[in-house]
Design a protein around this ligand. Structure first.
Ligand code: KIV
Length: 283
């Protein structure tokens, strides 16, 4: 794949993006300083990464949401370093010069610096340019250690799905003033530990705006309103490929389900009526 981490301008103009494509962790800071909104999309496989590489998105997230979206599980807890590395390798085979962030899976930042370093190394060797770690309290030293070891880390606060058992479900977080105060402290601590960006998931819009204004690194929101420095959505949700799932914070930018059904329907009809394949479609 390309070398987004190479020694070049962190924001480099490309053909597919009339503005600038993010090439490194520093590029995220530069985008914020330039007032450019950051666009992140999840990807779990090579073919969608290949399609996305030819669009003006800034970066791909190999999210542990793969466990729900791809593997059909009810939460993300089943993700392992091996599963995340497999998805990351697939994505990196298709992602061209896009910046790729891979999720550190459930508990991987809670078993000490050495375990986290091994897991992050596996993800970087599989092609990621950075890792994302949920939460902050209790493992800030791990985040600092990874950053000092040359591994760019993206933080993730608010609704952190790896804590779903403790949170009691996928719910909006930090509504209470004391929780909001803790989140602000955590965001500042993540920046201090060296995180190059922070995902804010499902928190009140006013809080997300306040945190975004308080940090020099960008925030990337999902269910956190327009005050964030960028936005991330799950690819299948924004393409309308997840018909049973309509969270308030997401938007369908295409009717992928109709496209999918129409394609499969047309294929089935053509096979049954004998119009596919034609002789010109054989050898
Ligand atoms: O796993 C994931 O897809 C994520 C995003 C929703 C931010 O963490």
């Amino acid at each position: 794949m390309g070398n987004p981490g190479g020694k070049m301008d962190p924001l480099t103009p490309t053909l597919s993006s009339p503005g600038a494509r993010i090439r490194s962790a520093d590029g995220f800071r530069a985008a914020k300083a330039a007032g450019a909104k950051i666009v992140m999309v999840t990807a779990y496989d090579a073919w969608s990464a290949r399609l996305l590489a030819d669009t003006p998105v800034d970066c791909l997230l190999v999210g542990d949401s793969a466990m729900m979206v791809v593997h059909g599980e009810k939460d993300t807890l089943g993700a392992t370093p091996e599963i995340m590395a497999l998805h990351t390798r697939a994505v990196s085979r298709g992602s061209g010069d896009l910046f790729v962030v891979a999720d550190m899976p459930f508990l991987s930042a809670r078993r000490g610096e050495s375990h986290a370093l091994d897991c992050a190394a596996a993800l970087l060797r599989a092609g990621a340019h950075a890792v994302k770690i949920e939460g902050a309290r209790g493992h800030l030293h791990v985040i600092r250690h990874l950053v000092e070891s040359g591994i760019p880390v993206m933080g993730h606060l608010g609704l952190t799905p790896q804590w779903v058992r403790e949170l009691g479900g996928f719910k909006v977080q930090a509504r209470a003033p004391e929780e909001a105060a803790m989140l602000k402290e955590d965001a500042a601590a993540l920046e201090d530990a060296g995180a190059f960006a922070v995902v804010l998931e499902c928190i009140p819009q006013a809080l997300a705006r306040e945190v975004s204004l308080s940090l020099s690194v960008p925030t990337i929101g999902i269910g956190a309103g327009p005050g964030c420095d960028g936005q991330v959505l799950v690819l299948q949700d924004l393409l309308g490929l997840n018909p049973g799932f309509r969270p308030r914070f997401s938007r369908r930018f295409a009717d992928g389900t109709a496209l999918f059904r129409d394609g499969a329907q047309s294929f089935a009809t053509a096979v049954r009526e004998g119009s596919f394949p034609l002789e010109t479609e054989g050898f």
